[in-house]
Design a protein around this ligand. Structure first.
Ligand SMILES: *[C@@H]1O[C@H](CO)[C@@H](O)[C@H](O)[C@H]1NC(C)=O
Ligand SMILES: *[C@@H]1O[C@H](CO)[C@@H](O)[C@H](O)[C@H]1NC(C)=O
Ligand SMILES: *[C@@H]1O[C@H](CO)[C@@H](O)[C@H](O)[C@H]1NC(C)=O
Ligand SMILES: *[C@@H]1O[C@H](CO)[C@@H](O)[C@H](O)[C@H]1NC(C)=O
Ligand SMILES: *[C@@H]1O[C@H](CO)[C@@H](O)[C@H](O)[C@H]1NC(C)=O
Ligand SMILES: *[C@@H]1O[C@H](CO)[C@@H](O)[C@H](O)[C@H]1NC(C)=O
Ligand SMILES: *[C@@H]1O[C@H](CO)[C@@H](O)[C@H](O)[C@H]1NC(C)=O
Ligand SMILES: *[C@@H]1O[C@H](CO)[C@@H](O)[C@H](O)[C@H]1NC(C)=O
Ligand SMILES: *[C@@H]1O[C@H](CO)[C@@H](O)[C@H](O)[C@H]1NC(C)=O
Ligand SMILES: *[C@@H]1O[C@H](CO)[C@@H](O)[C@H](O)[C@H]1NC(C)=O
Ligand SMILES: *[C@@H]1O[C@H](CO)[C@@H](O)[C@H](O)[C@H]1NC(C)=O
Length: 459
């Protein structure tokens, strides 16, 4: 047998296809190349501010949480807490740091949480949203964290012990802490830090205004193939206004940037996400009677590799849900490689049966949403279907002015890509077919798969 027919045979068996797509030039392949392309050099601390130092840990169990808190108290009102390079600061107790006012942390060293999983589950702070727990709480005003240090969640033990669990299971007993949590913060900046191995979500920002993350690297990498770094979302929020994320490298195990209820004036620019669940808005409308909104959002210059979905909006359906709106959201300049749907509106999130969604459809309005300049290819999981808009069937939930412009996503399965749309009012700017149409059914049936997307040199 000639090698080409061996390949044809293998393809027929596995459904894999020979497919090769080059990403745009100069896409970084690693943290080092990301830093090379987007250099970050922490500034020396501002000489007008007094500098506070604390003792560092001698080993992995030497808890300096009291010193850390005392250091922030001392640096509060105009000073800088300095954590020098090559020093380790172990945090073994929950810390309430919501008293901050005009403080900086020059963070070149490593802050690491202990991995005493029973201790933290019994003692961590709690937030009712999706029964979240947190190692610590930051809050106050004019808080700036900067440097090329590490914030280490020491997540491996948590992922191992959680394996098989499901975060959205309401009876879930094993809870994992969020790595960085802030509430009631005004002017909160994080720059340059490498946020590493969070047990659960990496950042959760609640009721805050003027929040920015720049040049931050976020990774969660498991050394155990049977326990993945589940639910390690890069960013989640509730109730935030004026939020900026610029130049970020994300390699984690769930949503990349994912604001939840109540976010407005949000700008994300230059974000690389590998192996995530995609760039999500929501989920929203989960809680009975609660009004929630996301509006005035621009998310641009995004590279999404090996993820679940691409640009996604997810809302809940069911008998006990909330209501609200998603309005004025622009997703622009997205490169996709090996993601399921490049653009996806899911009005039946999470594992709600289709019949329940039909009986109690989502009560969220979706308006003024655009997907512009999308290039790249999907994973083939949904065949030739490269995008899907499934609006709520609720007659009171508006789904209007949702448009595609320069949308050039191909399917690796080899055929014309198909966009599926159900219930969108008005023209979406490109041809689309209903999910019950023969075209959609054929497109979905034509499945294939692609190898892990990589980026080839030269960078
Ligand atoms: C992307 O993630 C996959 C595993 O999910 C990993 O093998 C690969 O090295 C990562 N690529 C980059 C560019 O980080
Ligand atoms: C870790 O450091 C602390 C503080 O110096 C010390 O009491 C403890 O014995 C050390 N533990 C180990 C395992 O070395
Ligand atoms: C929020 O922070 C402000 C100061 O930044 C403070 O006055 C107020 O009490 C805080 N509110 C809550 C609910 O913590
Ligand atoms: C890897 O994770 C599995 C599943 O939780 C666990 O049973 C196993 O002990 C872990 N392996 C190691 C070496 O920790
Ligand atoms: C979101 O805003 C609505 C309307 O202002 C309010 O009723 C709701 O409690 C807010 N939700 C959260 C999570 O803050
Ligand atoms: C839409 O959102 C963007 C980003 O926040 C904002 O600049 C723009 O003014 C908003 N448009 C309208 C009509 O509010
Ligand atoms: C959703 O749209 C409907 C119809 O325009 C409107 O009556 C309702 O108030 C909107 N809901 C929200 C939360 O704005
Ligand atoms: C379209 O997006 C790609 C990145 O995916 C970017 O390189 C290109 O400049 C964008 N085109 C325009 C016209 O903005
Ligand atoms: C449709 O939404 C876009 C933003 O995505 C906005 O610029 C445009 O004005 C809206 N058009 C209408 C008719 O509302
Ligand atoms: C959609 O955008 C248009 C144009 O900016 C605006 O007039 C309209 O109010 C927006 N729709 C909603 C529901 O906010
Ligand atoms: C769409 O993208 C493919 C590569 O993925 C490219 O060959 C083709 O020229 C693009 N089409 C347009 C209209 O830009």
């Amino acid at each position: 047998m000639r090698s080409s027919s061996v390949f044809t045979l293998l393809s027929a068996i596995t459904g894999a296809v020979a497919f090769h797509a080059e990403p745009p030039a100069n896409v970084p392949r690693s943290i080092e190349e990301f830093r090379q392309k987007h250099p970050y050099t922490p500034k020396a601390h501002d000489s007008r501010r007094r500098v506070v130092k604390i003792r560092s840990s001698r080993n992995d169990t030497d808890d300096v949480s009291d010193e850390f808190k005392a250091g922030l108290k001392k640096a509060n009102h105009g000073g800088t807490l300095y954590l020098p390079k090559n020093e380790l600061f172990i945090i073994g107790k929950p810390l309430d740091l919501t008293f901050l006012n005009d403080v900086q942390v020059h963070w070149d060293g490593e802050v690491k949480f202990t991995n005493d999983t029973p201790y933290w589950q019994a003692n961590a702070f709690v937030h009712p949203f999706q029964t979240s727990i947190m190692f610590w709480k930051w809050g106050g005003k004019d808080i700036k964290i900067y440097g090329d240090g590490i914030l280490n969640g020491n997540g491996q033990r948590w992922w191992n012990e959680f394996a098989g669990g499901e975060i959205l299971d309401p009876t879930n007993k094993y809870l994992r802490p969020i790595l960085f949590y802030a509430e009631n913060a005004t002017n909160l900046e994080m720059q340059g830090i490498h946020e590493k191995d969070s047990p659960c979500w990496t950042n959760f920002i609640v009721t805050s205004k003027g929040v920015s993350f720049t040049d931050v690297v976020v990774t969660a990498v498991s050394n155990n193939a049977s326990s993945l770094p589940k639910n390690t979302d890069f960013f989640d929020s509730l109730n935030v206004e004026d939020l900026t994320v610029k130049r970020t490298w994300v390699d984690i195990g769930d949503d990349c940037f994912s604001p939840k209820s109540n976010a407005s004036n949000v700008h994300v620019d230059t974000m690389y996400c590998n192996g995530t669940h995609g760039q999500s808005i929501g989920s929203l409308g989960q809680y009975a009677g609660e009004m929630s909104f996301v509006k005035d959002v621009v998310i641009e210059n995004v590279w999404l590799l090996n993820g679940q979905h691409g640009a996604r909006l997810k809302t809940w359906a069911g008998p006990d849900i909330g209501y609200g709106l998603i309005d004025n959201v622009t997703f622009r300049n997205f490169y996709h490689a090996n993601n399921e749907y490049a653009a996806f509106i899911d009005s039946c999130y999470f594992n709600i049966p289709t019949e329940t969604c039909a009986q109690y459809p989502s009560r969220m309005n979706l308006t003024n949403i655009s997907f512009e300049n999308f290039t790249g290819y999907t994973s083939g999981k949904y065949g030739l279907a490269v995008a899907r808009l499934t609006c709520s069937t609720n007659p009171d939930a508006v789904c209007e002015n949702i448009t595609f412009k320069n949308f050039n996503i191909t399917s690796p399965c080899g055929g014309d890509p198909v966009i599926i749309c159900d219930g969108v009012k008005g023209d979406i700017g490109v041809d689309c077919v209903s999910s019950s149409s023969p075209e959609a059914i054929a497109a979905l049936a034509n499945k294939c798969s692609v190898p892990l997307a990589t980026i080839s040199p030269p960078f």
